[in-house]
Design a protein around this ligand. Structure first.
Ligand SMILES: NC(=O)C1=CN([C@@H]2O[C@H](COP(=O)(O)OP(=O)(O)OC[C@H]3O[C@@H](n4cnc5c(N)ncnc54)[C@H](O)[C@@H]3O)[C@@H](O)[C@H]2O)C=CC1
Ligand SMILES: O=C(OP(=O)(O)O)[C@H](O)COP(=O)(O)O
Length: 342
């Protein structure tokens, strides 16, 4: 696999690919030398110059390159494009010229690709596609929850309020610093239509806000189900999902900072929390109305999805095998899910 764009998502995907028993990293493409490029080389990844005119900068910084991004694309069975929103669209012609399938990220438009992807929800749709978009962190979190609820109980309507982190921890140019923004001010936020790229016939309304936080997003959800299960039945259905972590009362996790601390205490790389973090105590059912809170670690929840998308496109494994292999290689299946499984 080649990785073009080695920032927040790209470096995590590279490490996740390297951890898989059936994948290798051909190399990573960067625009310029910096600490991430230095660590990439120290991690054993071949470095490719994303912008040929700037290739000399790497040598001047004492970093050896293995070639240009075109050579990386040629040498790869598939490329993961993890460049900033909109840059992926500019790069698409590079992948097409080399006849190399490409995965794009949630910052790109659905119209750019053959398929928008969430492993739990539509794995098979990506088979043999030339271009696939792994949907955004928030859309991934919503889709993972919606898929099992739809299967088990049917869904009449989803209403979700997304309290979004202002920026990632290293994004010191982002905000707000001291404000709460309706963002966007209009309804629906882009997340609802984005979820419908995965579930076209789903009825969903989403509202978005931005707050002065960097650690995680928080979703407040109300799902009107088609049936009226008791709360234990809903909890069992969610607890069966490896990428949904039910945070039990005994863990005493008060907020997103505790979730991140928990991930670090578990020894997760970069303190990543790949699963949806659902507060077990928040799961409430009144008739057909389900309510819950879930936090989404924006920097990492799409990482296992990228790994599964690679296997889905290359038709390397079926969905269950791929998801289980990804989970095991990352250590995701070892995560304590405190709710006792039946
Ligand atoms: N950070 C997040 O919370 C999430 C981001 N995404 C999506 O993932 C994509 C990447 O986002 P991040 O990793 O956060 O961005 P980032 O800014 O952390 O990383 C992007 C990297 O690509 C590099 N780059 C810029 N132009 C390039 C080019 N022409 N060729 C190669 N590399 C280039 C940048 O220098 C940077 O290293 C976006 O589509 C974003 O919407 C999806 C889920 C969550
Ligand atoms: O896709 C994301 O969030 P979003 O779904 O709220 O737009 C990622 O967290 C990136 O968000 P950003 O576009 O605010 O950098």
């Amino acid at each position: 696999m080649g990785i073009n764009g080695y920032g927040t998502i790209g470096k995590r995907v590279a490490d996740a690919v390297a951890a898989q028993p059936d994948m290798t990293v051909v190399g990573v493409a960067k625009t310029r030398p910096n600490y991430e490029a230095t660590v990439a080389v120290e991690s054993g990844y071949d470095l490719y110059a994303a912008i040929p005119e700037r290739a000399d900068q790497f040598g001047e910084a004492g970093l050896e390159t293995a070639g240009t991004v075109e050579e990386l694309i040629e040498a790869s069975d598939i490329v993961v494009d993890a460049t900033p929103s909109g840059v992926g669209a500019d790069n698409k012609s590079l992948y097409e010229a080399a006849d190399t399938p490409a995965l794009f990220q949630g910052g790109e438009d659905d119209a750019l690709v053959d398929v928008s992807f969430n492993a739990r929800s539509n794995y098979e749709a990506a088979a043999d596609a030339d271009s696939v978009r792994v949907v955004s962190c928030n859309t991934t979190g919503l889709s993972r929850l919606i898929a099992p609820l739809r299967e088990a109980f049917g869904i009449e309507r989803v209403r979700a309020t997304l309290v979004r982190r202002g920026g990632d921890p290293a994004q010191s140019d982002r905000g707000p610093i001291n404000d709460i923004l309706p963002d966007p001010k209009t309804l629906p936020s882009h997340h609802g239509p984005d979820v419908k790229t995965i579930f076209p016939d789903l009825s969903i309304d989403t509202l978005g806000l931005k707050v002065p936080a960097t650690l995680m997003h928080m979703h407040s959800l109300n799902v009107t189900l088609e049936s009226a299960p008791d709360v234990e039945t809903v909890r069992d259905a969610l607890a069966d999902e490896d990428r949904l972590a039910l945070l039990g009362e005994d863990l005493d996790i008060t907020g997103t900072a505790d979730v991140k601390e928990y991930a670090m205490d578990m020894g997760r790389p970069r303190g990543d929390f790949w699963e949806n973090a659902i507060w077990d105590e928040s799961i409430t059912v009144k008739g057909r109305e389900l309510y819950l809170f879930q936090a989404i670690h924006q920097e990492s929840d799409v990482v296992p999805e990228n790994i599964d998308a690679i296997r889905a496109v290359l038709e390397a494994e079926d969905k269950a095998t791929s998801m289980a292999r990804t989970n095991e290689a990352l250590g995701l299946s070892d995560s304590p899910n405190p709710y006792p499984r039946p």
